[in-house]
Ligand binder design. Structure first.
Ligand code: IMP
Ligand code: MG
Length: 448
């Protein structure tokens, strides 16, 4: 019986999941998204080209790989269409390889409007959402009001749409919000709504499936399946820093409900984290840096949102938070990303505990959002050298961009101080770091 492997972000999102899924995909027949929606921005770079995926699984650039948008995902048809067409222009035709779950919920234009209305009503306490309608859509799912992909074929779809839209308009009135001044992706609500319906029609050429049967049968038939998470564990609706979280379960448990697979069918759990931390939006971030070091992380790491363009908040690695995420999902293999961003650092700090209410603790407190948590740091020496050497003179990575190739290296090729950093993390968290990425390209990785 084949098991489904999972790849999860262990921080606040933007760990580099797109790159790793793209790197792992040649080992899989199917890549499936199980939660989130177009709030995600998964960046894949190769051959000097950059692709940002929002709704589509990151297996699309690998020929022959089937990509499934699972039932736990929420979909904006207009955004999804734009993504599919962008990939088609780059030579990737998804008509045979993209499958969409009937049970996946639709993000209506008024869900996006409500997202804006809710944020406005919160004022200073706003979550800093991506304004893609994520919260309102999951709210309607739980409130049993939502529309799903499988509904778009039904004769009364338009009526049901109108009825839900009217419900949303009443909710907006209650918080003194109207659609007149609203801009959605630079256009009026009416213009967006028109494109949204065109997107619905466009999606009808794709295959809709009952993803729970599809995945379980694929596993029974010996297919290899990778579930690709979006966002990160610290944004999980249950275990993140509530209310500054997203609206889905982004931990391993989300795979069971978001694809319809049983816990006993879960295999490897790859957990991915950056060698430092970033966060977008509001909410606690104990190791955040407001100084020149933070700015260096932001500039070296190009830490600007792939979905919203916002500058990301940057700070040192937070080990209690990382260990918490590993615990919640049963991570078996760790992957550390963006190590190269700290190549020039003389000293690197890592938080190993928090001081909070006068006591030192290694656990994340319930009141993380209202109390000040002061990190307790350990300082380690930086490695102060470039990792990897396979760049050509003009700075592009060597090797054929279309050929996936892992640079298998021995531990000796890793700078000694970087190896110390890696071992420090492994000792704290208790899980091996098997993969170290040192650049955005597909080929810039070290396997340990
Ligand atoms: P929402 O998911 O758009 O509702 O946003 C809720 C919170 O999650 C905000 O702080 C967002 O910045 C954050 N967030 C949502 N998706 C991502 C992501 O893919 N990467 C990083 N942060 C995200
Ligand atoms: Mg992202």
């Amino acid at each position: 019986m084949n098991k489904i492997d999972i790849l999860l972000g262990l921080q606040w999102g933007d760990e580099g999941k797109g790159k790793v899924v793209d790197a792992l995909t040649p080992n899989y027949d199917i890549v499936a998204r199980f939660q989130g929606g177009p709030n995600a921005g998964h960046t894949i770079e190769f051959g000097g080209k950059k692709f940002v995926l929002h709704n589509i699984p990151s297996g699309v650039l690998t020929p022959g790989c089937v990509n499934l948008i699972g039932n736990g995902v929420i979909i904006d048809p207009h955004i999804l269409r734009g993504e599919i067409e962008g990939l088609a222009k780059a030579g990737f035709d998804l008509r045979q390889t993209l499958l969409i779950a009937n049970r996946a919920h639709l993000i209506l234009p008024t869900h996006r409007a409500l997202d804006a209305a809710n944020e406005k009503a919160l004022g200073k306490m706003k979550v800093g959402t991506t304004l893609k309608g994520i919260g309102p859509t999951y709210t309607d799912k739980t409130a049993r009001k939502g529309l799903r992909i499988g509904d778009i074929a039904s004769a009364d779809f338009r009526e049901r749409y109108e009825s839900l839209k009217q419900h949303h308009l009443r909710q907006m009135t209650a918080v003194d919000f109207d659609l007149s001044g609203l801009q959605l992706d630079g256009m009026s609500f009416e213009a967006y709504e028109k494109l949204w319906f065109e997107g619905v029609e466009y999606l009808k050429q794709f295959q809709f499936v009952d993803s729970e049967y599809y995945i379980n049968e694929a596993l029974d038939n010996g297919k290899k399946v990778l579930a690709e998470g979006a966002q990160g564990s610290m944004l999980d609706v249950d275990f993140g820093s509530y209310p500054f979280v997203t609206s889905s379960n982004v931990i391993a448990a989300g795979v069971c409900s978001g694809l319809g697979v049983a816990p006993s069918r879960i295999g490897k759990v790859y957990g991915i984290f950056k060698a430092y931390c970033t966060r977008v939006g509001t909410g606690p971030f104990p190791t955040e840096l407001f100084d020149a070091t933070g700015e260096t992380l932001r500039q070296n790491g190009h830490e600007f949102g792939a979905t919203t363009g916002r500058p990301r908040r940057c700070g040192w690695l937070d080990l209690p938070a990382l260990k918490y995420a590993v615990m919640l999902s049963g991570v078996t293999d760790l992957m550390m990303m963006k190590s190269d961003v700290m190549d020039e650092f003389e000293t690197i700090k890592v938080a190993t505990a928090y001081r909070y209410n006068g006591v030192e603790t290694k656990q994340l407190p319930f009141a993380a959002c209202t109390e000040t948590m002061e990190p307790v740091y350990v300082s380690l020496d930086g490695w102060r050298q470039k990792i990897g050497n396979e760049k050509t003179e003009n700075g592009t990575p060597k090797g054929s961009p279309t050929e996936w190739e892992v640079k298998r290296r021995t531990e000796n090729n890793i700078p000694e101080k970087l190896e110390d950093y890696i071992k420090f993390i492994e000792n704290y968290v208790g899980v091996p770091i098997k993969f170290v990425s040192y650049g955005p390209d597909r080929t810039q990785n070290i396997l340990r």
